[in-house]
Design a protein around this ligand. Structure first.
Ligand code: GDP
Length: 331
């Protein structure tokens, strides 16, 4: 590692935001030389990231566009900062991989929080990396932990794949819901509600009665799902992010969750599982990439696809034949 990168590591560890931002830019870069530097940087930062159970508490927050995620994260962030904590907000934005644009990335969101020196807000990186939309976010999270952040919020829009990814990298996954009848059914249909460790119905100020009705409905719906942990019945809270109501209760619930999961051993087990699952995901993605890039596979693939489509060969025979080229990869 050269002197400049050494200084970057020192700066990150000294809790300076500019070196952290620079380190993250390196981590997010697709350039081959940047990737080598980023890997060394992360190796140097990892011992300071808090280990298997330490570091920051990682909070995932999801919900449809307009539910009030940024309003809520700003209110929560400011509350946590008042309590002397440092807060990083990262985003996983599935839209950037589809459209090149971004639902979450615009700069005007969380204005007060973004100007607070105890906060660090990083929009979603452009996608296109091997491990999917969230590949870099995990590494960015480590950099933030090495930089002494106490709470890391990972925000995502409710679009299936990204929610699973965020639930798979956070300690507690929270779903924000609107007080609309039927909204909860949508969440169940998409399989999102069963990922949630905590559900909060936002905009309760607009119609408190509707919010309470939605809460009762969601509680009933939750009985149909198998709980993630026998030690944690999923709480359903009501919130008004705009009026800053329910923020304290939300945070107390997060801490209660951490305590319950720590007591049962599930907190550490979840992180262990997330780390190894992530390794396997990267191995799978790397293998698939190498396979597709292999000259003989590239040359043979169209022919095999055509043969499978025409029924001239079975999918399993074609797969076996093509996978045979992997022996040429030296693995
Ligand atoms: P996001 O797309 O999920 O990040 O949603 P935003 O935080 O941008 O909020 C969308 C709109 O809902 C904004 O106009 C907010 O001011 C409004 N909003 C957010 N939370 C509340 C709330 O608790 N009550 C009311 N009445 N409006 C809210």
């Amino acid at each position: 590692m050269d002197a400049a990168d050494r200084a970057l590591v020192d700066g990150v560890r000294a809790r300076q935001l500019r070196p952290l931002a620079k380190a993250i830019t390196l981590i997010e870069s697709q350039r081959a030389d940047h990737r080598v530097r980023a890997r060394r940087l992360l190796e140097a930062l990892l011992p300071h990231a808090g280990g298997a159970t330490g570091g920051a508490i990682r909070v995932g927050i999801s919900g449809v566009p307009g539910v009030g995620k940024s309003t809520f994260i700003e209110a929560l962030g400011l509350y946590l900062i008042e309590r002397g904590l440092r807060v990083a907000v990262l985003a996983v934005d599935p839209s950037s991989s589809l459209t090149g644009g971004s639902i979450l990335g615009d700069k005007t969101r969380m204005e007060l929080l973004s100007r607070n020196p105890a906060a660090f807000i990083r929009p979603s990186p452009s996608a296109g990396s091997l491990g999917g939309v969230a590949e870099k976010t995990r590494e960015v999270m480590l950099a933030c932990e090495a930089s002494g952040f106490d709470v890391i919020v990972v925000e995502t829009v409710g679009v299936g794949q990204s929610e699973t990814a965020v639930a798979g990298m956070t300690d507690i996954f929270c779903l924000l819901q609107l007080p609309n009848a039927g909204d909860d059914l949508q969440a169940i249909k998409k399989g999102v509600m069963e990922l949630a460790d905590l559900i909060a119905i936002n905009k309760a100020d607009i119609n408190p009665t509707a919010a309470l009705a939605a809460r009762a409905q969601i509680r009933t719906a939750l009985h149909m799902l198998r709980p993630m942990s026998p030690n944690w019945p999923v709480p359903v809270l009501t919130l008004s992010a705009l009026q800053k109501e329910g923020v304290i209760e939300f945070w107390d619930t997060v801490l209660r969750y951490r305590d319950a999961m720590t007591a049962s051993g599930e907190f550490a087990a979840k992180r262990r599982h997330q780390a190894t699952a992530w390794m396997w995901e990267l191995i799978d993605a790397g293998l698939r990439h190498r396979f597709r890039e292999h000259p003989q596979v590239r040359a043979g693939l169209p022919g095999f696809i055509a043969a499978v489509e025409k029924g001239q060969t079975t999918p399993s025979a074609a797969a076996l034949e093509l996978l045979g080229h992997l022996s040429g990869l030296g693995i």
